[in-house]
Design a protein around this ligand. Structure first.
Ligand SMILES: [Cu+2]
Length: 496
């Protein structure tokens, strides 16, 4: 081995150590987790073992100005994991999670791909990488039975952000079960430096039970063919990017999102509420569009978005086909911390909701069937309720339940809530409008009924009752079911 190669390998190893603890924060010099000891005598290129990361993390920038031979070792696994609170699903995965592991290489690199299929798998799998120039994108060459490893090689001719997926028959089912991920082929000159990089990938899922129906849910081929998913999610499950799993940044930093869409069916209208994409690498290619609100991410396609975060707060990522976001799970969070800038965003608060047509509460739900599950402990309810709060209530009632003056009443230390729990169950079941007095302040607004089932209403209210300085207590699923059977209280009945 000549001196040059040795130097390269050593620097790659040291850089890898620097990266391992840095999360989404980009370490500029990082390159690879381990350098393969021996580059074979025949190969003229230095050999590097690929760093593979699980979403939302991405490997560090390539930081190389020469081509390398990249060795990728990936394993397909079939695994029961969480789809939503109380809902499990048998996912088929690249690397044990949905989406599959992120790969990052450089234009001109040669890739040796070793695809292993876990001996525990029931199905054969393969991989079609859209970054490959060649028949099937590698599919036929990588067809692998359980307990086997296939090897093939390709050269990355075109830079860009590419989807990879399983292409074993029935293809739709393998993709529909979660077999997709992203590979980034950096252009030779690299991508511009940013402060944070994250990996977000959408997918649609088809289950025998409806959204939220508890238990292990099997795949539903008929719904998949009709393109009627029960779940549309980012990073493999409802809430995968919510609460303490949100991605983060500091005010003043530039964030780059590598956004993919595995499908199998839906096209994503990717949007970050309260942000404008300064740049979008359209469809993951070279074309850069500027000042974009919502970008389309095709099924089996990708986009790179970049934006500077100027003000603090929680920025909600959605598929702006908006029922998918609020009713099927396509909602994630970017939490930005740092000082406010009142000029860019005043934080001025809403006054009073304008309701020229009168003020009947609207219902946004169909009565969901009660789902029979084993009774949860109060602590389990609180833990599940927190997630529900963040995706269903936080937008109006705010992170600490403090509400917004004149618009949304507080849930924190709410005398209204603590005085009579059933009233709040009714509010979640039926919505509420008209004057309401909470902690001495009168609000006159509308809360829509929230599409939650009995368990979810019980959990979210139990969470609220035991958070934000409230007085504690517990709401059971049975209690919610009982209220559900009663006629909705007329608005007058629930006026204070
Ligand atoms: Cu497969």
């Amino acid at each position: 081995m000549n001196n040059f190669k040795l130097k390269v390998l050593v620097s790659m190893v040291s850089v890898a150590l620097a990266f391992s603890a840095c999360g989404g924060k980009v370490n500029e010099q990082s390159s690879s987790s381990s350098a393969n000891q021996a580059s074979s005598a025949a190969s003229r290129l230095p050999v590097i073992e690929a760093v593979l990361t699980q979403a939302p993390n991405v490997p560090p920038p390539v930081a190389r100005n020469y081509a390398a031979k990249i060795v990728v070792n990936m394993e397909t696994q079939e695994k029961v994991m969480r789809m939503a609170d109380g809902v499990d699903y048998m996912f088929w995965t690249f690397g044990g999670q949905v989406p599959g592991q992120f790969m990052r290489i450089r234009e001109g690199d040669e890739v040796e791909f070793n695809l292993s299929n876990s001996p525990d798998s029931k199905m054969p799998h393969n991989i079609d990488l859209h970054a490959v120039t060649g028949p099937g994108g590698g599919a036929a060459s990588s067809f692998t039975s359980p307990g086997h490893t296939s090897t093939f090689s390709f050269k990355a001719l075109n830079p860009g952000l590419y989807v990879y997926h399983c292409a074993t028959a029935p293809v739709g089912m393998h993709i529909g079960n979660g077999m997709y991920g992203l590979i980034l082929v950096e252009p030779k000159a690299g991508l511009p430096k940013v402060d944070r990089e994250y990996y977000v990938m959408q997918g649609d899922f088809y289950t025998k039970g409806k959204y939220g129906e508890a238990g292990l849910q099997p795949f539903d081929m008929e719904k998949a063919i009709k393109e009627q998913p029960d779940y549309v999610v980012f990073n493999g499950s409802v809430g995968a990017l919510n609460g303490d799993k949100a991605i983060t940044a500091n005010v003043g930093e530039t964030v780059r999102l590598f956004v993919g869409n595995g499908g199998p069916n839906l096209v994503s209208s990717f949007h970050v509420i309260g942000e404008i994409f300064d740049k979008v690498y359209v469809e993951g290619g070279d074309l850069v569009n500027k000042n974009v609100q919502t970008t389309l991410v095709p099924a089996g396609g990708a986009a790179i978005t970049e934006f500077k975060v100027d003000v603090p707060g929680t920025f909600i990522m959605v598929d702006h086909s908006i029922f998918r976001a609020f009713n099927k799970g396509a909602l994630g969070m970017l939490k930005v911390s740092g000082p406010e800038d009142k000029i860019i965003y005043s934080g001025k608060q809403a006054d009073k909701v304008y309701l020229p047509e009168g003020s009947a509460a609207q219902s946004i739900r169909n009565p969901a069937a009660a789902v029979a599950t084993k009774a949860l402990t109060k602590d389990e309810q609180i833990a599940l309720g927190q997630n529900l709060y963040e995706s269903n209530c936080l937008a109006c009632h705010q992170a600490k339940g403090e509400g917004i003056p004149h618009a949304f009443p507080p849930l924190a230390k709410s005398d209204y809530l603590n005085a009579d729990h059933n009233r709040s169950v009714d509010i979640l079941l039926h919505g509420r409008s008209g004057p309401i007095t909470v902690n001495g302040e009168t609000y006159d607004s509308v809360m829509p009924a929230i599409a939650l089932n009995n368990d979810q209403i019980a959990n979210v209210l139990t969470y609220v009752l035991n958070s934000f300085d409230n007085k504690g207590g517990q709401i059971t699923s049975a209690q919610v079911e009982k209220r559900r059977k009663l006629p909705p209280p007329s608005v007058n009945d629930i006026h204070m």
